[in-house]
Every structure is written in C-alpha cells, then in structure tokens.
Design a protein around this ligand. Sequence first.
Ligand SMILES: [Zn+2]
Length: 443
Amino acid sequence: MKFQATRELVVKTCIDLADRGYLAATGGNVALRADEKHFAVTPSATDYYAMSAADVCVVRLSDQKQVEGRREASVESGLHAGILSARPDCGASIHTHQPVASAYTLFAKPLDVRDRGRQALLGRNIPCVGYAPSGTALLARRVARSVKPDTHAYLMRNHGAVCVGNDPSEAITRVAALESECASFLLARMEARSGTLDGSVRALVIQALQPMLGHALPRFEDLAKPTSKKAPWPQKIIELLRDDAARLRAKALFGDPGDSLSLRIPGREEFLFASPERSDPKAFPLQTTGPEAAGLHAMIYRARSDAGGILIGQTPWSTALTDIGATIPTLFDEQARHIGSAGTPIAAGRETRLVGSLRRGTNVAIYGNQRICIGTTPNRVVLNADLFEKCAKAFVVAEASGDRIRKLPGWVRHIARGRLRKDRKRAAESYAAGRIPEGMNAY
Ligand SMILES: [Zn+2]
C-alpha cells in the first residue's frame, strides 16, 4: 500500500479527534501531507472507528485527483488542498465540527484570541470566512484566501473550523486551544449579561464550558503542572522536540517503529520523550528504569548530565556498520569535533559497557542493532545524527572497496577531544542552571 504510514496516521488522528468529541458523527476530516505532491485524506462519510488505512485516500495536491484509496475522498479534499498549498510549512490540516468553536461560527465574526498561551498556538486573530456550503469549491476558495502564515486556525461561518500544524499532534493541540478560546469568549459574554438569563440555563452553560478552559494543551496534561514557578520550558521543549522530529523525519533518521527521540527539560529531573508510534510527547522522570525505550533514554541522561537530546534507532548505514562488525574510525573533522571517537559496538543488554563508553565522551554508540546519538542541544542531536549517518555511509562505502582507509591525524583528534570535553562541561552547567546551552554549533 502506498503511503501506508501517513494513511495509518490519518486513521489514528481521526480516532483521537473522535474520542475527544471534535468530530460529530462523520463531520470533519483530516488531511496529512504524504509527500510534496500528495496528501492523504479521510474518505467521504465514514465511520471513523471502522475506517482502515486502505480506506484512506491519497489525493494529488495540484488537481485533487484521487490516486489511492478504495473509497471516495472527503468532499472537503479541495479545502485541504487549498490550505496545504498555501501553507507549505504545514503537514496537517484538520477540519472539525468541534462543538464550541462551531457555535462561535454562528456569530460570523473573527475571534480575537485573548489568552497569551493560545495566541502563541493559534495566532492573534482567527478569521471567520463567509458562508459557503460544505464541500464546495467556493468554500475551499474562501478559506484558501484567508490563510496566513501566522494564523493556524480558521473559522467557517455556520460550519466549523480548520486547524493546521506541522503534524497531527500540533494541529490537534490547536483544535483544543481553539475550543478553549471560544469557550472563554462565550463564558465571558454570558457573565457580562445582566439578569436576563435563566438560572438553570446559565448553570448548564457553565457546566459545559468551564471544563474546556484548561484544555489548551490537553495532550500534555502531565506537563501542565510545573514543578517550579517560572517553568516556561515544557511548551518550548515540546516545540523543539517536534522540530527535531520533523527534521529527522525529513532525513529518514526518525519515523520507523522502534525509533525514539527525547529532549532534556532544563532545570528539571525530567525529559520529554517521543516515538513514531505515539505522536504526543510525554514527560518522564530521569529516574525511569525498565526495558522500554524511555528507560534507556533515562539511563543515558543519568550517565551524561550534558546530554540535551537523545535519538535512538536503526538506519541503513548504522545497520551496515553492525553487519560488517567494524568500529568506525574517526575520519572527518566534524566527526571528531562533534561525535568523538566511536567505541566498539556493544551487545544489547550490556548496560554497564554502554554507560562506560558514553561517559568517555562519545556522542554515538552502536548498541545491539541500534544507533544511539547524543547531542548537547536540541539542534545538535539532529546535526550529530545526520553527521554520523554521513560518516557511516562514507566509511561503509570506502570499506567495501577493500582499499585502505586513512584516519584523521592523531593531533586533530586530540584537539577535537579537548573541545568536545569543554562543550560537555558547559552544557552540563547550563542544564543544571535551567538553560539550554548556546553556541555549540561552531567548529
Ligand atoms: Zn464540515
């Protein structure tokens, strides 16, 4: 099946949205970018809980021609095509009939976002496009015309909303934030009314809307309770983690089953963890133990107080290294400077050896059939993973030739080791002080 992963993600996203009550019956649909030219979209009028990846349609962006899927594509495919074309930075476009925002669209006016946190998520002003019937080219055109780079939600008069995001998780967060903001508006309006509203109706509205106010970030409830008073970190770290995941995905370094990615939350004994299987990041304490991936991440953070991010997974070139059973020599300047000398491959389960190897300062280890990559910053983990992949590829290709491979001169490695050691010290101090270290990218 073509674009299987994206189509499966469409199914998951729909179920998640339906679970949260944002899709009424079969109203609403999800479009996820599959590649530069195509997007995957829910089929028309489908029970989300009975839908499978094979039902999910793949549609060409340019002319909305359906190229995959055994059902007919959503009537709002044109709407999503317009949005995804106007927002090349977005991978997800979600159309909902979410109850509170849909109620707001009945006012046929834009929504001023008052809450600062939600402003960051949604934009300051959410337009409301004039009425056009569902599934029409007119509606698609009206929404496409209102799309702006700094606005991530759009209201459609007497209909519902569209939220965009890098990925489905971000778009769902925005769906929730939009619902909260509309609830907040409606409650404030009701409070401002004097004496004309029936008491029991008022009570009912409060009962319905009040619980939504705190739902701006429903996927990260465990992070909504800060352990320190300032703590602006989790949202920032969530964004950084998503950025990293997207960049790694683009390089095919993240996204396969078994891959995992995490970032340290500065100043806290926690890290934020993501895997391709669960699109919403989750916070774990550094004391986490166990055979799960999060336990391995925690062990590495405990061993390396300078580690700002960790990527674990398998790639073709790191697997090739395991296959030829070779230790990659230090071959390039950048490799020496940012990755350090690689230790010999370590068998899975040999935790003490792994910790020892990482403590010596290498930022990449081959552990079982996985490649562990450490970065002192969120940016560095992506760069290091990419760099290692290139080095591994160069080495395997060169090694395969049978010709002799020259290592980097010892003195170059020596200087690089010293610089790497300084980086580690500075990074560890920064994290302890609650900051992400800066300036780690220069040679
Ligand atoms: Zn609709």
